[in-house]
Design a protein around this ligand. Structure first.
Ligand code: C5P
Length: 411
């Protein structure tokens, strides 16, 4: 049994020979009780006719950006917002490039930019176009933006070549659509919800020196913390990001302070208070070397050197337990490879936090350094599990949730 009857898909049909398979996809979607509204690019209409698509969807096909309501009473924003999910099939190189750049010169690209719902793209193109660095770059941007992909498959092409670039078959696209429809497909837009608020975020690893050239560190990339700082700034907050060493650009509109060690990080966080929200995302090293060698430790000594470690300050716990300057909301992350819930709840209490975001960082999860994250949010009020999503989407969800908690707290 499908979990999707009554769901609505907005199907964007791009101009490629694979468009003929989209006719079959429409039939299969409708068989599953999913209604389909279709938008065709001008190029798509060179491959299949509007009449075929209208016959199969049993509704008008949209193709004109400037026909404000197109006789249907539907403006293009409603067209985009009315659906539960947007599917792009075939997603041509041109459409993917437009999406990655945020272009909105025709109806299809405008809807893809204006949507508040998730997008699934089924690419189809010649293999050289698919393998071109420009297309790969565009797909990487879109994945980081939270767009999901199905295919392309490897096989023979209409142009006679063989390789990656064939659009996935309709049953495969249908399965991907139904899988996405099982989860919340809305993209939260927290614009303005943190206007006038101050948010302090930590991100990245810390580096604890051993000698002038060596340090103790970890694999944190800073992607999640930076995405949260960016989302808070997009929501209107005045944001201070205290970042350990990362290979990321400073997020736009965020005051970014660069530090190396846990002690430096704590100092900058305390200096950035008072704030309404503190979010500790940094993977702070738990220990530092007790006595940093002033010169490079030589390896020709008779014995391997032994390092004496001392505990670092726990920044999150220090801010959670602040008596004078405690932010109204203190949130932390719990990177766990086992006993996720138990450990997250223990941290919520021990560090006096309002929220702990637990994520599975076991090697198989690919979270550390990756583009996606699967988190479970623990608050005193309960637990919310989010599906696998991009770190940007996780950031938007958390910021929206914290903003709602702050508004609810009356502070
Ligand atoms: O105790 P654990 O390291 O698992 O807790 C993770 C949370 O605590 C993260 O939010 C992290 O930023 C924060 N933390 C901290 N200072 C430390 C260790 C962890 O702020 N020394």
């Amino acid at each position: 049994m499908t979990a999707s009857p009554g769901k609505r898909i907005l199907l964007i049909i791009g101009g490629g020979i694979a468009a003929y398979k989209t006719l079959e996809l429409i039939r299969r979607l409708r068989e599953r009780g999913i209604s389909v509204r279709a938008v065709m690019t001008q190029a798509a209409q060179q491959f299949i006719t509007k009449l075929s698509v209208e016959s199969l969807t049993e509704t008008k096909v949209f193709d004109d950006l400037f026909a404000l309501t197109d006789g249907s009473g539907m403006g293009h924003i409603e067209l985009s917002r009315d659906a539960d999910l947007l599917a792009v099939a075939p997603a041509t190189a041109d459409l993917l490039a437009k999406m990655a750049q945020g272009l909105a010169g025709d109806l299809a690209s405008t809807l893809l930019l204006a949507t508040d719902k998730k997008i699934l793209a089924a690419p189809a193109m010649n293999l050289r176009m698919w393998l071109h660095p420009a297309t790969q770059r565009n797909c990487a941007i879109l994945k980081a933006d939270g767009v999901s992909f199905v295919g392309p498959e490897i096989g023979g092409m209409a142009c006679g070549e063989h390789g990656p670039g064939r659009m996935s078959e309709p049953p495969v696209i249908l399965a991907a659509i139904e899988d996405m429809l099982k989860h919340d497909t809305r993209i939260p837009l927290p614009a303005g919800v943190l206007e006038g608020r101050r948010v302090v975020v930590t991100s990245g690893p810390t580096h604890e020196p051993i000698d002038p050239v060596r340090y103790i560190g970890n694999r944190s990339s800073g992607k999640q913390g930076h995405a949260i700082a960016a989302a808070a700034a997009a929501a209107g907050a005045d944001v201070v990001l205290v970042s350990g060493p990362v290979a990321l650009p400073d997020p736009l509109g965020v005051k970014t302070l660069h530090v190396e060690t846990a002690e430096e990080m704590l100092k900058e966080v305390e200096a950035a208070l008072p704030a309404d929200i503190f979010i500790g995302v940094a993977a702070v090293a738990d220990w530092r070397v007790a006595k940093v060698s002033p010169s490079k430790i030589k390896k020709d000594a008779k014995q391997a050197p032994s390092l004496t470690l001392v505990e670092n300050p726990d920044i999150l716990a220090a801010i959670g337990h602040q008596s004078k300057n405690r932010p109204a909301l203190v949130a932390g992350f719990a990177a766990e490879s086992e006993k996720l819930e138990e450990n997250a709840r223990a941290k919520l209490a021990a560090k006096n936090c309002d929220m702990i975001v637990a994520n599975d960082v076991s090697e198989s999860s690919g979270v550390f350094g990756g583009e996606s994250n699967k988190v479970c949010i623990f608050t005193k009020a309960g637990k919310e599990s989010l599906p696998l999503m991009s770190k940007q989407e996780v950031a938007a969800h958390l910021v929206a949730k914290l903003a709602a908690m702050l508004a609810g707290s009356g502070r």
